[in-house]
Design a protein around this ligand. Structure first.
Ligand code: ZN
Length: 213
């Protein structure tokens, strides 16, 4: 079982990817995590990530290659945040072809521009335990404080409104063409991202179970 999750920032695809990984015991491959790790030691990547700009294709594919080697991808995997451009998708196809691996589905979690902005700018994370909140959809009991450990909740710098909008503009121009790309190869599964987290996962879960049986 190999899956790709596609959708705008704010669509919740990261959360869904982790749920799929957990339920079906797959390898989680997040280019966001890879980049956050890489930016600690790479000033160039650090600057691009913290201003919400797109990372050059070659750098992203390089990171992915490195992680594919490190992990047992024969077990099955879920890509979160990759591919982001046609070039990346073509290179992923080549990589997988070489390994004789196929993608089973590309789940496209769709969400309109303004809803995605609202999702992003409301996100908060606990500085200590990393629990996620949302000012509207999932508020903490006491404003600005974590329910679990009472530490401060912060907004990630790339969730600030101007950067969030910039990320979405980049998504629309660079990533949206991928929808056509995967439609042509008959891999695209459309999911309505305005539904709740549980409902979205249920749709994905049903799809995977139907495919397996
Ligand atoms: Zn906490």
């Amino acid at each position: 079982m190999n899956y790709v999750l596609l959708g705008p920032p704010g669509s919740g695809k990261g959360t869904q990817a982790k749920k799929i990984v957990e339920k079906f015991d797959l390898v989680y491959l997040s280019t966001g995590d890879m980049l956050r790790e890489a930016k600690k030691s790479n000033e160039y990547i650090n600057k691009l990530v913290s201003t919400g700009q797109l990372i050059p294709d070659e750098a992203v594919v390089g990171l992915v290659k490195k992680h594919l080697k490190k992990n047992d991808i024969k077990k099955g995997f879920v890509f979160d945040g990759f591919p982001r451009t046609i070039w990346q998708a073509e290179n992923l196809d080549l990589l997988l072809e070489f390994e004789n691996i196929k993608i089973d589905s590309v789940f496209f979690i769709d969400l309109c521009f303004e809803k995605a902005v609202k999702r992003m700018i409301g996100r908060r994370i606990c500085v200590m335990c990393g629990t996620n909140y949302h000012t509207v959809e999932l508020p903490s009991k006491k404003s600005g404080k974590c329910d679990l450990c009472y530490n401060e909740l912060i907004q990630r710098s790339d969730d600030k409104e101007d950067i969030a909008r910039n990320r979405l503009v980049v998504y629309e121009s660079q990533t949206k063409p991928l929808i056509e790309y995967y439609k042509k190869s008959n891999l695209l599964t459309y999911i309505d991202g305005s539904r709740s987290e549980e409902e979205v996962f249920e749709l994905i879960d049903i799809w995977i179970k139907n495919k397996k049986s």
